[in-house]
Design a protein around this ligand. Structure first.
Ligand SMILES: C[S@@+](CC[C@H](N)C(=O)[O-])C[C@H]1O[C@@H](n2cnc3c(N)ncnc32)[C@H](O)[C@@H]1O
Length: 256
């Protein structure tokens, strides 16, 4: 995966030529994380969707969760490599569209629902991203958005023990320079929730997701037990915005 800049502000994490499916999901031990994402999506996506788009949906990892609920499903991503993989797997069941999130190639109000999972960490300008998501959603429509949380317990420990200077309590956007100078951003829940409201969204539901994302916990408890624990934790821990992934179900106010 490479990074390139379109304008001074917009950075694209380019997954073209990078086998995200194999390298990130299949070759690594991420069954727990995958199950946690699916659990949250099942809970938050509307049961029936007229027109749906998976924004920055990659190769359609989560397509099995939305295809049965959507009359028409579109997968949008920057990476042609990933969209081609999705076409191979799902054929005519899924429409694919390539482009850049900062200028979505869709009409105003084109979709009744959308989701965007594991993508916010690539976006420096969430203000612009949210305006685009709001624009393509129909009034009364639902957006399910996963946000990379800056304020997690491991980050607090790292901060208190002096291992990082990035304060998880500071509301500004964190660019995790120690990971990738131009590509990984984390958001404070209060910052992002204020931005949702400023954009015009109403926050409908919140879940704390991937609460036990830790190699150590996987070793001690095993993936199956962590998935069982995750089931209860997603709702119980939501009020303290505990996990590395916070899921939001947002509504664009207005009549359908
Ligand atoms: C970590 S992957 C997540 C994929 C999928 N949502 C999932 O959960 O499996 C992030 C995705 O964001 C896409 N992406 C990054 N920058 C983008 C941009 N500016 N416009 C559109 N997609 C972008 C990448 O191509 C990649 O597929």
């Amino acid at each position: 995966m490479a990074t390139k800049k379109t304008t001074k502000k917009d950075v694209i994490s380019d997954y073209n030529g990078y086998d995200y499916k194999k390298i990130f999901w299949e070759d690594a031990d991420r069954k727990y994380e995958d199950a946690a994402d699916r659990m949250a999506i099942k809970r938050l996506l509307p049961k029936h969707m007229e027109s749906f788009v998976d924004i920055a949906g990659g190769y359609g990892r989560l397509a099995n969760e939305y295809l049965p609920r959507a009359d028409k499903a579109t997968l949008f991503d920057y990476s042609k490599t990933e969209l081609a993989q999705a076409k191979e797997m799902y054929g005519d069941k899924i429409h694919t569209k390539q482009g850049d999130i900062y200028n979505l190639p869709f009409k105003d109000g084109e979709f009744t629902s959308l989701m965007m999972i594991r993508a916010t960490h690539h976006f420096k300008d969430m203000d612009k991203v949210l305006k685009e998501l709001y624009r393509v959603l129909r009034p009364g429509g639902i957006a399910v958005i996963e946000v990379a949380n800056k304020k997690t317990l491991p980050r607090m420990v790292r901060y208190w023990t002096g291992k990082t200077k990035i304060s998880p309590f500071d509301r500004s956007v964190a660019n995790l320079a120690d990971v990738d100078k131009d590509g990984f951003y984390n958001y404070h829940p209060k910052y992002i929730e204020d931005l949702f409201k400023k954009t015009g969204f109403k926050i409908d539901k919140v879940l704390s997701v991937s609460n036990f994302r830790s190699a150590g916990l996987k070793k001690v408890f095993g993936t199956k037990n962590l998935i069982r624990m995750e089931k209860g934790a997603q709702k119980i821990l939501a009020p303290i915005r505990f996990a590395p992934s916070i899921y939001y179900r947002l509504e664009k106010p207005g009549d359908k």
